[in-house]
Design a protein around this ligand. Structure first.
Ligand SMILES: Cc1c2[nH]c(c1CCC(=O)O)Cc1[nH]c(c(CCC(=O)O)c1C)Cc1[nH]c(c(CCC(=O)O)c1C)Cc1[nH]c(c(C)c1CCC(=O)O)C2
Length: 345
């Protein structure tokens, strides 16, 4: 179907646009009262993720309520370890917990390379329902976690400041780590290809814990697998967002992908030099800037847009929007991107 608003896809491909497209990581979620209302009517986060009609509804809310230029399918990166055999629980105000973790080689052998239709059909159904309901208004982003970030949760069993158990494995059991990473990668490739078949217009890979690795480990245990994923998705634009991996930007410039996400620590001009001219950059306002008053949000937004320039940029935050952000401040950011970026042309 012909998209009515294809700014985001055109910018991803490096084409000129009338203004800079904008969306927010974690836009489908806790900042909107309308999301919390749907969530409160259900038993919890997992029921929402696993019920395609509800997942589609909250995916579309930010398009209607915030005016973003793309929707991102409501799901979680943790559905992949679950499909492979490690179920997760989402504990209110604590985050995810895995009752069973990976400790031995036998644990890895017992994990499945999941079949997307059989084990993740609810996400594919949510994508199909969302596409129909969006009716071409904006493109739909599919996503998965990068293999290293998924490994980190599988080993650690929860979030962590240091992920020291996961990092320890890279030193003490590197062959085991590679075996697990390859299994996660194989599952992720099949899953992302199925998302594209179901209707996702672009794929984003979230390497949320990239920044905890030393550069050499990043090359060996993360980049290598992200490269396999990019190479397996030749027909769709791919965004790689590796939080904290400033040391890998030059290598990201060589990936077979269209967009590189920047977090708010990354210097925009230096990142452009490292990545090179052939990728679109996405980001990177500090999510905390949205706690300030409207005048400050507008000023910071203008500064960010000027640093990126009008071409090959998709506006976003430097990480997911924080849950206690006032939606009116999010709208101020989105409107400011639209206004200033049109004037810059
Ligand atoms: C690391 C990570 C996870 N999940 C995700 C990442 C990568 C992005 C990032 O780095 O922020 C990705 C994710 N999680 C969610 C989305 C939905 C789409 C979107 O709006 O971007 C996406 C893209 C929904 C969610 N995933 C989660 C919520 C909040 C739970 C709720 O509504 O009760 C939502 C809306 C829960 C979740 N899920 C995860 C954690 C650590 C938590 C708890 C902390 C938190 O709330 O952020 C794992």
């Amino acid at each position: 179907m012909q998209l009515k608003n294809d700014l985001f896809l055109r910018a991803a491909r490096g084409e000129k646009t009338e203004r800079t497209p904008v969306w927010l990581m974690r836009q489908a979620g806790r900042i909107l009262p309308e999301y919390r209302a749907v969530r409160a009517s259900l038993s919890g986060f997992k029921e929402l993720v696993e019920t395609p009609e509800f997942a589609a509804e909250v995916t579309i809310q930010p398009v209607d309520l915030l005016g973003v230029d793309a929707a991102i399918i409501f799901s979680d990166i943790l559905v992949v370890p679950e499909a492979m055999g490690l179920t997760y629980e989402m504990v209110e105000s604590r985050g995810p917990i895995f009752p069973k973790t990976v400790k031995t080689e036998k644990d890895i052998d017992q994990l499945l390379v999941a079949d997307p239709e059989e084990h993740l059909g609810y996400v594919l159904d949510a994508i199909k329902i969302t596409k129909k309901a969006l009716n071409g208004r904006v493109p739909l982003i599919g996503f998965a976690g990068a293999p290293f970030t998924i490994l980190a949760y599988m080993i650690e069993g929860s979030g962590s400041k240091t992920f020291s158990q996961a990092r320890k494995m890279l030193y003490t059991e590197p062959a085991m780590a590679h075996k697990l990473l390859q299994k996660i990668t194989n599952t992720t490739i099949a899953y992302l290809q199925a998302q594209v078949t179901a209707g996702a217009n672009l794929i984003q890979i979230f390497d949320s814990w990239a920044g905890i690795l030393p550069p050499a480990h990043y090359q060996e245990f993360s980049y290598k697998y992200i490269k396999q994923i990019c190479d397996a998705l030749p027909d769709v634009p791919v965004t790689v967002f590796a939080k904290g991996a400033f040391f890998a930007l030059e290598d990201f410039g060589k990936l077979n992908c269209s967009v590189i996400g920047l977090d708010w620590n990354m210097n925009i001009a230096e990142s452009r030099k490292l990545v090179g001219p052939n990728k679109t950059l996405q980001g990177n306002l500090d999510p905390c800037a949205l706690y300030s008053d409207f005048a400050t949000i507008r000023k910071e937004t203008k500064k960010m847009l000027e640093a990126f320039g009008p071409d090959r940029h998709i506006a976003n935050l430097g990480h997911g929007v924080y849950p206690d952000t006032n939606p009116d401040h999010v709208r101020c950011y989105i409107d400011a991107v639209k206004e200033f970026s049109a004037q810059m042309r």
